[in-house]
Design a protein around this ligand. Structure first.
Ligand code: SAM
Length: 214
């Protein structure tokens, strides 16, 4: 039976071998899930998984994990993986709040934040995935050289993120307010939202940051 014929996103997801159901069990052991120790890259809020799958196809020597909060969205990625198996991809339905329960210190080499929800109200600022609160979480799971790469078309969120990077004591490796017309665009893999917003004429902002090595 094809997944799209199964009613109930949660049940359908559980049937898929590429979705890790109890990810806490693999904390510190993610290489064993892939069967080979390779660099491990994570996308937080991967949506329907287009970026993750394009990256996995381009870089078979890297293991990729995508996390997504909502089953209904994750299901779309599961359906795509059903059609094209990618051995270096795994998916998790989880909230980024719980990352430290799932990944050990230094287990990740890169974290992608692509078109993260803006949470425009000041009182929700802590929920933004580039807030100092989240940067601290990333700090606890990335290698010392590990990078956070953040793309958005939301200038307010981008400015906020630049401030948070500084406040958290991270090093800003580079940033641009117009990725597609910058020197950093070479090798850029577009996400679903990136294509949608850049087609409307919105410039895409991107920053790359890493933490101070302790
Ligand atoms: N990254 C994709 C792209 O660029 O095309 C999707 C962007 S979409 C605007 C943001 C996604 O992040 C949504 O699917 C949302 O459910 C997910 N998300 C938001 N907050 C999250 C969180 N705290 N943990 C996991 N996923 C989250």
């Amino acid at each position: 039976m094809r997944l799209r014929n199964i009613p109930g996103a949660k049940d359908a997801i559980l049937e898929c071998d590429w979705v890790i159901d109890e990810p806490e069990k693999f904390k510190g052991e993610w290489a064993s899930v892939f069967g080979e120790k390779r660099p491990l890259f994570l996308e937080v809020g991967m949506g329907k998984g287009r970026f993750l799958m394009d990256m996995a196809r381009l870089y078979p020597e890297i293991n990729f994990i995508g996390i997504e909060k909502y089953s209904s969205v994750l299901l779309r990625a599961v359906q795509k993986l059903e059609e094209e198996e990618l051995p270096n991809v795994r998916l998790i339905r989880m909230d980024a709040e719980d990352l430290e329960n799932v990944f050990a210190q230094g287990e990740l080499d890169r974290i992608y934040l692509n078109f993260s929800d803006p949470w425009p109200k000041d009182r929700h600022a802590k929920r933004r995935l580039t807030s100092t609160r989240f940067l601290e979480r990333y700090n606890n799971i990335l290698t010392p050289e590990g990078r956070v790469m953040f793309k958005t078309d939301n200038k307010d969120l981008f400015d906020f993120s630049l401030e948070q990077v500084e406040e958290a004591g991270w090093i800003l490796e580079n940033h641009t307010y117009d990725l597609h017309h910058s020197e950093y665009n070479e090798g850029n893999v577009m996400t679903e939202y990136e294509e949608k917003f850049s087609a409307k004429g919105n410039p895409i902002c991107r920053l790359v940051a890493y933490r101070h090595a302790k």
